[in-house]
Design a protein around this ligand. Structure first.
Ligand code: PMP
Ligand code: GLN
Length: 381
């Protein structure tokens, strides 16, 4: 077979979750909650099925859900038309893939920032386009805008941002969005903004959506995930919102990739979204979990990096005894799973080449008991 993706193996999330299972480790690797969804939401799905909402939804998504989302976006300063600017997708992953397929021509270049979420680069490459990878500047993982400007060529079509960033945990500032808008306008670029962690922003940080920026909104699509927002990663439902002209192209691909997505869940989400406290409560909810993890590790040998957003915490293991600190991050993550009973995600799979960081990512979307059991193991390394 002449592979379209010769360099792609199995995603690190599958690899580490499998290893965690094999070794009975506490799984802080792949990002998913270990607590149940709200029973109110679960009941609404059952009610939708019982009411007979079990056939195909309209191609762009249930009108009631798109209207609920338009109201939510409007309330956060992002005016979006439910009819022409929102499409419900099978998770953010499908939204991202669909956007790349709809907007990139073979030979186009799309700029992505490393460490980049692992689906971006293969999803760009399989379209025959090129991913131009620019590392974020450590240790704060900020964008070096001069470097971005220097990377723009006549082939550059798109800039991909992830805000808040997985696995960087960084949150873009208002100035970052201004820099992005300047560059995008100057070179007539599109922006694809992965905002699945829009509600998971902590301390004094604020989330700035491209959809709320009058200069970026006309050239952007943003993707979101109910899996992240409502603790239901297994539902695989999300949405894409943005400029009508781009959404029209997006839907041309979407209708033949999946046509439409799960009907009863869309009914349930439309009802559930009416109560804004279901998502406005999220920053405090996850900040408390972040702080349980951080406090549990504070006196141990792992050094905590700042965590401004997402439900991940980066830790540096370079202060461990040399037989451990000398391991690269992938080997250290395997050692930690096997020998210490805690599974984590190394950072190098999110880079073009060996990044040299001694960093691993821990997921804190877990019950208190899970976080305490994990920190007890990690603090005594
Ligand atoms: N983007 C980022 C940054 C993610 O972390 C994830 C995984 N949670 C996704 C996209 C994919 O989301 P979904 O599970 O809705 O496909
Ligand atoms: N987004 C999740 C993470 O970062 C994993 C999703 C997946 O397994 N593809 O861990």
């Amino acid at each position: 077979i002449h592979s379209k993706l010769p360099d792609v193996g199995t995603t690190i999330f599958s690899v580490m979750s499998k290893l965690a299972q094999e070794h009975g480790a506490i799984n802080l690797s792949q990002g998913f909650p270990d607590f149940p969804i709200d029973s109110e939401l679960a009941n609404q799905v059952s009610a939708a099925m019982a009411a007979g909402h079990n056939q195909y939804a309209p191609m762009p998504g249930l009108p009631a859900l798109r209207q609920a989302l338009a109201a939510k976006l409007q309330a956060s300063g992002s005016p979006v038309d439910a009819e022409t600017q929102i499409t419900i997708t099978a998770g953010a992953t499908q939204a991202l893939f669909t956007a790349f397929a709809a907007l990139l021509q073979p030979g186009d270049e799309a700029i992505v920032f490393d460490p980049s979420y692992d689906s971006y680069v293969p999803s760009i490459q399989v379209q025959g386009a090129r991913a131009i990878r620019i590392p974020l500047r450590a240790p704060e993982f900020v964008i070096d805008w001069q470097r971005v400007a220097a990377a723009v060529t006549p082939h550059t079509r798109m800039i991909v941002i992830n805000n808040p960033g997985n696995p960087s945990t960084a949150v873009l500032s208002a100035d970052d969005l201004t820099e992005l808008a300047n560059l995008a306008e100057q070179h007539n670029l599109l922006v694809l903004s992965d905002e699945v962690y829009e509600h998971l922003v902590y301390d004094e940080a604020r989330h700035h959506s491209v959809l709320a920026d009058p200069r970026l909104a006309p050239r952007s699509l943003a993707v979101f995930s109910f899996g992240k927002t409502f603790h239901a990663t297994g539902w695989k439902i999300g949405y894409c919102a943005g400029a009508a002209a781009l959404m029209s192209e997006f839907r041309k691909v979407h209708q033949y990739l999946v046509f439409s997505v799960n009907t009863p869940a869309q009914h349930a989400l439309a009802t559930y979204l009416a109560d804004a406290s279901h998502y406005t409560s999220l920053p405090a909810f996850y900040q408390a979990k972040r702080d349980i993890l951080r406090q549990g590790l504070a006196n141990g040998p792992l050094r905590l990096l700042p965590c401004r957003g997402t439900y991940f915490q980066l830790v540096d293991y370079s202060a461990l005894p040399s037989h451990l600190s000398e391991l690269d991050d992938a080997d250290f993550a395997i050692w930690l799973t096997r020998e210490a009973g805690v599974a984590a995600i190394p950072l190098s799979p999110f880079y073009a080449e060996r990044c040299g960081h001694k960093l691993i990512r821990l997921c804190f979307a877990k019950q208190t008991a899970t976080l305490q059991a994990a920190t007890a193991r990690l603090a005594s390394l």
